[in-house]
Design a protein. Structure first.
Length: 417
């Protein structure tokens, strides 16, 4: 998502660079043909252009008076006075207005004239001149021009020329207002697009933050904070998923289930901090000695599980269990050893996750019985694969076998005493 936003930002920058190299008319896509169509729709003909040109000399001679009369009227409005702001700004505006009035009578209403009008529109929009203020100002300017020029024209020209001039001036003002409003609209569209892009960028950024926070929350809710392994809830979710996958592809799932021997005594004698350090270490050992597809979990307390997809239980016992035993034995200071049960379901018949856990738990207790007689790491494994039909009976048999083993151990202990 951030890559797409970077591309859009780069394209926006390219468009901005391109705009600087274009005239306003090019940016708004106003062509010579478009100018001709606009004039035709307004009825602004060559005759009208000549009519305005006839008044050129009078306009040039009286331009300062027209400008002064116009701004006297404008400054009567507090809103306009506030927009102008200060004397220097007023002087610059008067100078620009003189140029505009002379252009009205210049006789050239081509692309250059259009671009000047567009720039006026952009400036007006930038300083905050609203459409209502602009339209009223144009009407007052038309009045100021007529009041100054018409009496002087009446002395020299016929009534027909007089009327034609008024019509030509009005049509040219309409032409100019069209152009200024085109600039207003184009600027507004650009601002809306920019605002839309900013909102889109913000929304995408917010989505990324939310996704990141959601991922963090999901990890917190799925991981054991002490060991970094998956918790019991995720363990059962993953067990169900892996068994379902194995059933679909005709594979197998093996479960390793173990706990730490004598962990309660460590907690009681050395304290919970020492116990927590051992649990952290065991978590690291699991993560370092399993494949990416394997799933290490803290089942609860000092009990741990490893889900091994597509793995024979003998391989789990001979390879994974031995790796874990070896890593634990290398830590002489901690002196940790474990009791482990290994059980497989599939590929022909499958059992439920609970049944697999119960079987692995019983095997783990059988291994723990051996550890009482011979301290160290011990692992027990069934000679068969647990299936749905025989899972319950298999667990019951394992329980019976464990109890028999415990009774034998107790008898041995009594004899030894």
């Amino acid at each position: 998502m951030s890559y797409r936003r970077d591309i859009e930002t780069e394209l926006t920058q390219q468009n901005a660079n391109l705009s600087v190299k274009q005239t306003l008319a090019q940016q708004i896509q106003i062509t010579e043909r478009d100018i001709a169509i606009r004039k035709k729709m307004l009825g602004f003909t060559k005759t009208h252009e000549k009519s305005l040109t006839k008044a050129k000399e009078i306009a040039y001679q009286n331009v300062n008076q027209i400008v002064e009369n116009f701004y006297i009227t404008q400054l009567e409005h507090p809103e306009i006075s506030l927009l102008i702001g200060d004397l220097h700004s007023l002087m610059r505006l008067k100078s620009s207005m003189r140029g505009y009035i002379l252009d009205l009578f210049g006789g050239f209403y081509d692309m250059e004239y259009v671009d000047k009008r567009l720039r006026i529109g952009k400036v007006h929009h930038r300083i905050g001149v609203s459409p209502k203020l602009y339209v009223s100002a144009m009407m007052q300017l038309e009045t100021a021009v007529n009041n100054c020029i018409l009496p002087l024209m009446q002395e020299k020209e016929t009534e027909e020329v007089f009327v034609e001039f008024q019509q030509a001036l009005k049509q040219l003002f309409m032409f100019d207002m069209q152009l200024v409003f085109d600039t207003y609209i184009a600027t507004l569209v650009t601002e809306v697009e920019m605002a839309r892009k900013e909102m889109k960028d913000y929304a995408e950024g917010l989505e990324e933050v939310i996704a990141e926070r959601t991922a963090q929350l999901e990890e917190l809710s799925s991981k054991d904070s002490l060991t970094g392994l998956y918790n019991q809830r995720v363990f059962y979710e993953q067990m169900r998923r892996e068994i379902a996958v194995a059933q679909r592809i005709g594979s197998r799932v093996t479960l390793i289930y173990f706990d730490l021997n004598g962990f309660k005594e460590i907690n009681d004698n050395k304290g919970h901090i020492a116990g927590d350090n051992i649990l952290k270490f065991v978590g690291q050992v699991i993560q370092k000695n399993i494949r990416e597809v394997d799933i290490g979990c803290r089942y609860g307390g000092d009990e741990f599980c490893i889900i091994l997809p597509n793995t024979e239980q003998k391989m789990a016992k001979d390879i994974v269990a031995k790796r874990i035993f070896s890593a634990l034995e290398q830590q002489d200071k901690l002196r940790i050893n474990v009791s482990m049960g290994v059980v497989q379901t599939g590929p022909d018949v499958f059992c439920e996750p609970d049944e697999l856990v119960k079987a692995a738990d019983q095997l783990m207790y059988m291994a723990k019985g051996k550890s009482r007689q011979n301290p160290g790491n011990h692992v027990e494994m069934t000679e068969f694969h647990l299936g749905k039909g025989d899972a319950k009976k298999a667990v019951q048999d394992l329980i019976a076998q464990r109890k028999a083993n415990e009774e034998n151990y107790q008898t041995v202990e009594l004899v030894a005493i």
